[in-house]
Design a protein around this ligand. Structure first.
Ligand SMILES: [Zn+2]
Ligand SMILES: [Zn+2]
Length: 411
């Protein structure tokens, strides 16, 4: 069972606690549509992980089997310390390349596409990163760090980074200079001039100090979160693919094959170019969907936690076809909700079809992907899914396909 499944209740409870605290201590830190979208990205990332884990851990294990120079004993404590430091060092470089090389930015930009900063932002993870990140860690396999140790320290590095995505924790003095902390990671998510391409560390910030990319958070200039080429959408599928589309277009327009390939390896702003300037009166992307539609999407997300957790827990035991079917149901779930959040044309109809189809599968299927569930529970879950549909239809604003807008940062 994936260890992430165990972490989900902790994620959800801590997000709820942060949301309640932020209402008084950091107003403007949360937005329902943005927060739900971040969580949708997290679901997609985990779905992708159920198909790509063989790529990451598989290639690592194969390299370890065939090319390791030695075998480090996994029952020695110093091997674990060394592995964690080694992993974090590699993470620094994969993360830095994720900001400086187009192909990798296409995957990593997902994590920066929120214009808010809170614990949900931590879960806004890429679905395509596994395809490009794996070569960066092979040095660990060659050095003889066993695959199990690698997998555990990778998980520790990932989970550590969760808590730093908050505006509620102030500067932490000397810790800000050794560890990645909320303060120095806020800088990393900023689009202010002083924040760009800074503070890449995973657990330790001393890599940034060593390689000249460290910057301290400024008290006199509030961090403006997000990226200079904003996503301006709540669609997590599009959010994963849009930058690749832009790079492919630039590549196709190149005068020759060499330059067409080169586009994929240029910095995101283009070779020798500066990123576009931050607008003086930056406004966050905002939904024109009504509050009722946003609450509807939030409720459907709360329901999604159950099947998403189940999928994450058991996906690797399912046959490929069944795994793909389950994944498709969950992708349709988050994609349809993004339509509701954006008040897209026909989003009510699409969402109704999605809910009815999911309910039919749940009620009339022989079993729900190896999960034996009494009819009473299936019926109850179906009702919880279907009942709020009326709020979408009652509410006229939710159905009006007007373009989403951008709201003032101070709102
Ligand atoms: Zn980053
Ligand atoms: Zn982050």
């Amino acid at each position: 069972m994936s260890p992430i499944a165990y972490a989900i209740p902790i994620f959800m409870l801590s997000i709820l606690a942060e949301y309640l605290l932020a209402r008084r201590r950091a107003p403007g830190a949360y937005d329902i549509a943005d927060g739900v979208t971040s969580l949708h990205f997290g679901v997609l990332s985990q779905i992708a992980g159920a198909f790509t884990y063989l790529l990451t851990i598989g290639i690592y294990s194969w390299t370890f089997e065939h090319f390791r120079l030695t075998t480090l004993p996994q029952n020695e404590w110093w091997v674990w310390v060394l592995a964690l430091l080694f992993y974090d060092f590699c993470y620094y470089w994969v993360h830095r390349a994720g900001h400086e090389v187009n192909l990798l930015w296409g995957a990593h930009q997902v994590h920066h596409s929120s214009e808010y900063y809170n614990l949900t932002t931590a879960l806004r993870q890429t679905a395509t990163g596994a395809f490009t990140a794996w070569p960066f860690y092979l040095a660990m396999a060659i050095a003889g760090i066993p695959p199990f140790v690698f997998a555990v320290v990778a998980l520790i590095d990932l989970l550590y980074q969760y808590w730093v995505h908050t505006q509620l924790v102030p500067k932490l003095s000397v810790l800000d200079r050794i560890l990645v902390t909320p303060s120095n990671h806020r800088v990393h998510h900023g689009q202010n001039d002083y924040c760009l391409d800074r503070n890449y560390g995973g657990i330790f910030i001393f890599w940034d100090r060593l390689f000249g990319t460290f910057t301290e958070e400024r008290d006199d200039e509030p961090v403006v979160y997000g990226i200079r080429s904003p996503l301006a959408s709540y669609d997590p599928v599009w959010g994963n693919l849009n930058v690749y589309r832009d790079i492919a277009r630039r590549s196709r327009a190149a005068p020759n094959l060499w330059k067409a390939i080169g586009v994929w390896f240029e910095p995101p702003a283009g070779r020798g170019k500066q990123p576009p300037p931050m607008p003086p009166n930056f406004q966050r992307y905002d939904s024109t969907a009504s509050m009722a539609a946003r609450r509807y999407a939030l409720w459907q997300y709360v329901l999604l936690i159950a099947p998403a957790t189940h999928f994450i827990a058991i996906a690797r035991q399912l046959e490929w076809l069944e795994r793909a079917q389950y994944a498709l149901i969950l992708v349709a779930w988050v994609w349809s909700l993004s339509g509701v959040l954006e008040a897209r044309a026909q989003s009510r109809l699409v969402e109704t079809l999605r809910v009815v189809a999911t309910a039919a599968l749940l009620l009339f299927g022989a079993s729900w992907f190896d999960l034996a569930m009494d009819l009473i529970w299936r019926t109850l879950f179906t009702l919880l899914m279907l009942a709020p549909l009326w709020s979408l239809y009652r509410d006229d604003q939710a159905a009006t396909p007007t373009p989403s807008s951008r709201s003032s940062i101070s709102a």
